[in-house]
Every structure is written in C-alpha cells, then in structure tokens.
Write a protein that binds this ligand. Structure first.
Ligand SMILES: [Zn+2]
Length: 414
C-alpha cells in the first residue's frame, strides 16, 4: 500500500464532516492536484469522545463512496504504541508509531556499538546533495545520537513487528513520529534516525520529526520562519539521501504534525516542495471541530446557544481540559473573555473571534485554543450536540470546506 506524494491528515472528532472535508480535497483534484485524505484520530481523542476506530472507518468509506473519490484514502491510528495498537488493528490501514516517550532511553551497549560500527562510513566531511555545507561527522557524534534515539527506534521496530504479524506485511502505511517531545531533532539526527529505521526493517513512508519552533494546536506557528525553512529543506535533502543509502521506501516523506493553521510557514513548505520535487503529509486534526463550532455559531438560534455553552463550560473546566494538551497550547488566560460577556455576542461576533483570520481585529487565539481542547464538553452534550450538527449541516459544511481548501490546501499544495 502506497501513500501518494501529497496527503493530508484530517480529523473528524464527531464523525460528521468527512464528506465536507473530502469536498474540499476534491476542489483541488478538479484543478489537477491530488491529495490523499487520511482520517486520523488518536487513542486520546477516541477515549475523550467515547468513539472507536470502526466509526471513523465507516464515515471515511461512506464519504469516499458517496463522492466517488477514486484516488485512495486511509484511516490512521494516530500516535499508537504497543499499549494502544490492538484497538486499531481492524479498522486502520495507516499507523503512526509514536516513540517520542522513548527518546533518551539507552539501548543496550552491544546494539549501540554495532550501530556506530555500521555508520562509521559517514565519518569525516559528509556532503549531502542539496545541502550547502558538509557536516563534520565523528564516531562520538554518531554515538551521542544513537544513545538518544536508538532505543526509541528499536521500540518502533517492536510495534511494527506486532503490526506486520497482525495485518501482514505491505497491507498498511507506516509513519514513525517523534514530534511530541521537548527538543527538535536536527537534520543530521534525522539521518541517523533513518539509518536506525532501516536497520529495524520498518518500511516507513512518512517520518514526523519535531521541527524547531512551537506548533500549538489550531493557531499559527511561533518561531523564526527562515530557520524553519532552512531546516525543512535540509530534512528533505537528508530523506532523499537516506532513501538511497539505506534502501528505504522511495516515497518516504516528511509529515508535519499539528500542521493546521501554521500559515506563517506554509509559504516555506510550498517553496521547498516545489524546489525539491518532494511530497509531504500535512497532519491536521481539531481544526475541523472548530469549524463545526463556527458553523453552529453562525447559524444563530440553538446553534449559537450551544457554541456559547461549550465556551462557558470549557472556561470553567480550564485545567482539566488543557492538562492533556499542555505541550501543544499556549493560552494567555487574562485574554480569555468572560462567559457572561460571550453570552451577549451575536452570531457574527462569536464566529469572528473564533475563526482563524488574522486580518480580523476580533480574532482571539486564546479563545480559539481553549475551544480547540474543549471538545470534551460537546461530547458530553451527546445527542443534543449531534442533532445540531445535522440541523445546521449546510452552514457547517461551508465553513469546513473553506477551511480545508482555502486556508490549507491552496497555500501548501498549489
Ligand atoms: Zn503528532
């Protein structure tokens, strides 16, 4: 099973927007740009919403059938490890093996030494085509990198073998992710991580490193754009080099996690993809749930009422909701509006404070991030929330499509 050059991870927390999301992707297809949709949902999300991967699979398949999508699609077991993978074996065909928690744990000495021995050939001035300056590599550098990452990649190997045993080799796409950690990985670390992935015989088609800068959920990139662009291009060059040297899958490409709404770096990504003729997997998730809220608010009536209630409850349960997402949100609580004030807002005001349009003076990234992690509140509303999704489907779909196509696809893949 092969993932195409361009692919996009889309999240659909309440399993109601798959068709709208695919409609956005189809707008690009109509203009000759094919992006493979990958519906992703993590164990954490499934637990909070009390949903299961079968539902994601059913929604995705139904959207694909009803819109006659002919280019393949996937359902991603997002951020799984040995403890959670069984849950996803039946319904998924894309697996994001998350080994970030194992970074820094030391592999056995024997394995470390063997790894250094096998990679000794890169010592000295290492020229990687596409990167201006050579890297100066020593055995010590390789050893330090191995001490940091080898055990994590061995863990990825253990998860992969469990998968291959259950589903059969080649029947799914594998991604290795190490983005949910404190420190970014440098291009040269990436090179030796890929060497370890090849050694473990993991046929990874995507790799999600942690890039420099902050990738907060649902809001823009925070960091130096020039540095990101340089790092991103170097990562692309390293991947090309590694694919040849280590015989990794030819379509191996970068995966950008928490990739929604990073408008500041979309220009850099777009340029780098063109310049190097490279592919990318852009993983987004909660941004669609926010479009549901915007659609509900814009519709007025009961829709706006629900949107206001979700905010009030999220505001009152700040610690509980933000806790699991601590490393991927930055909320200035002083800038959160009081729920009593929000209750006075009309549909337009609510939508414009939440919608990610930086040219609108009403836009409030703090409000947006809190609601991003506030989907648990909507999940607890149960039928009432789901009924509203059906009732206001048209307004919501319009917002979902515009977000997927205009704010994301057009900026990255065009
Ligand atoms: Zn991630």
């Amino acid at each position: 099973m092969e993932l195409g050059k361009y692919s996009m991870g889309i999240g659909d927390r309440f399993s109601h927007q798959a068709k709208a999301q695919l409609s956005g992707i189809k707008k690009a297809e109509a203009e000759g740009i094919v992006i493979i949709p990958v519906w992703n949902k993590s164990f954490r999300e499934h637990q909070i919403i009390k949903s299961n991967p079968d539902e994601t699979r059913a929604q995705a398949d139904e959207a694909v059938a009803s819109l006659n999508w002919g280019h393949g699609h996937f359902v991603d077991a997002d951020h799984v490890g040995l403890k959670t993978i069984d849950h996803f074996l039946n319904s998924c065909d894309f697996f994001t093996l998350d080994v970030a928690d194992f970074i820094g744990k030391k592999a056995e000495d024997k394995n470390l030494n063997e790894f250094v021995e096998n990679n000794k050939k890169f010592c000295g001035s290492l020229n990687i085509p596409g990167i201006e300056k050579p890297f100066e590599i020593t055995q010590d550098i390789i050893k330090t990198i191995a001490e940091k990452f080898l055990f994590a990649i061995e863990e990825a190997g253990r998860i992969y073998r469990r998968l291959a045993e259950a589903k059969g080799n080649g029947n799914f796409v594998v991604e290795v992710s190490m983005d949910e950690t404190d420190y970014p990985q440098s291009p040269i670390e990436l090179l030796f991580i890929l060497s370890a992935i090849a050694k473990e015989n993991i046929p990874a088609q995507t790799i999600a490193p942690k890039f420099s800068g902050r990738f907060n959920k649902g809001v823009d990139y925070v960091g130096t754009v020039e540095d990101f662009e340089k790092e991103f291009e170097q990562d692309i060059a390293v991947i090309k080099f590694a694919v040849e040297k280590f015989a990794l899958p030819k379509n191996l490409k970068l995966s950008v996690h928490s990739g929604s709404d990073k408008f500041a770096i979309y220009g850099s990504i777009n340029r780098a993809l063109k310049k190097h003729n490279a592919g990318v997997h852009l993983k987004t998730a909660g941004t669609t749930w926010l479009e549901e809220l915007i659609g509900l608010a814009s519709a007025g009536g009961e829709g706006l009422q629900i949107a206001k209630e979700v905010y009030r409850k999220a505001y009152n349960r700040y610690d509980e909701l933000c806790g699991p997402y601590k490393t991927v949100i930055d909320i200035d609580t002083k800038k959160l509006p009081d729920p009593d004030e929000v209750d006075k807002w009309n549909e337009e005001k609510y939508a414009s404070v939440l919608r990610h349009d930086q040219s609108n003076a009403n836009y409030n990234p703090n409000f947006r991030q809190l609601l991003h992690v506030g989907y648990k509140v909507a999940a607890e509303m149960g039928e009432r929330y789901l009924n509203a999704l059906s009732k206001y489907e048209e307004t919501i779909a319009k917002n979902v499509i515009e977000n997927v196509f205009d704010r994301h696809i057009k900026k990255i893949f065009y």
